[in-house]
Design a protein around this ligand. Sequence first.
Ligand code: NDP
Length: 419
Amino acid sequence: MSKLLVIGCGGVASVAIQKCCQNSGTFTELCIASRTVSKCDALKEKLEGKTSTKITTAQVDADSVEALKALINEYKPDAVLNVALPYQDLTIMDACLACGVDYIDTANYEPEDTDDPEWRAIYEKRCKEEGFTAYFDYSWQWAYQKKFQDAGLTAILGSGFDPGVTSVFSAYALKHYFDEIHTIDILDCNGGDHGYPFATNFNPEINLREVSANGSYWENGHWVETEPMEIHRTYDFPQVGVKDMYLLHHEEIESLAKNIPGVKRIRFFMTFGQSYLTHMKCLENVGMLSTSPVMFEGREIVPIQFLKALLPDPASLGPRTKGKTNIGCIFTGVKDGKEKTIYIYNVCDHQECYKELGSQAISYTTGVPAMIGAALVVNGTWKKPGVFNLEEMDPDPFMEMLNQYGLPWVVDEAPATVE
Ligand code: NDP
């Protein structure tokens, strides 16, 4: 029995909310609040009569702590699930602290305006000290640790697939298969085809920022940074086939390096087709990926936001996307003095997701774990004071719920490894 406030009503939120409604024993009441309230109303209408969860909607500007506080104080939820954008993480965490409610999100903080001089100074210092140049890092949210501890509140960071399920896979591997994990390769394969020459599977601005940035990996206690797409491998993914994949920086590397004792190397690879890479390079070369405003016909526009308006809405890819995703982790390490390797992964079919919830697999694989993270906090299983990444929590109840809510996983004890 709980009341959840969900902020955001995009692709991921739509899945998370529908999954909450399949779990109405836990989520008895739910408020969908976002910038554009008509989207919240449309989703509420779609769900009415199909669930016993009582749904309300609200308009909120999640960039405003005051607006968030007013909404939280009025609705009085047990927890807030943030599935808006990473730009809103800190304002929502501040509002949760002020109102005394727990917090769950799916992506770590990054600023909307990377030209902001105050943020830039901190960023440049961090690049020098830590050795990676991604715009996002956990320092901003980890800085809330004491505040959440003192308030007796829980903040769960990154309850999507990667981070999220990959973090839980790591904790599960350590708990059940290894005495010590030495290497983790996170492999994110999207074998889906939507038929467009170019489209992104989730928010274009966040997606394109991530893949056009320098790559990096963790090795022997420090970051090694690469040029964008510099490290290329191929892998034969179960149920998908052979795909090209490229090493990217990814946020869970930072937390796993801190939380998996003795780990020597952590890498993250994502598959991309040649057409995607060619389009992205071209858009980058002409300045369309820039987040810095430019003047156009007397008004200021941000190139990447204008590009977002031109690209297909990720939520509209569902009916067109065919094929499967395969996301998981290959672990090497030792158990009882013997070396071993395992691969834990999930395969998700785009068309099956669409049939069930009207979404493609990328939103599905993020929205399901967002619901699970929220469920484990509100039902008390993962409730403890502080700010946590998912690998810090008991993985077993989460793994069980993945099987129950549409993301079954496989443990392969003799997988091919990545060179
Ligand atoms: P969308 O762009 O589809 O949805 C974002 C939603 O947030 C929209 O409803 C938008 O409102 C709303 N929003 C944006 N700004 C504000 C604001 N200031 N106030 C209130 N609402 C706001 O994004 P996705 O659903 O694709 O992604 C959601 C989150 O999931 C992102 O943080 C993304 O990084 C994360 N993600 C995590 C993954 C993981 O595996 N961990 C994988 C994929 C995504 P409006 O409708 O008005 O635009």
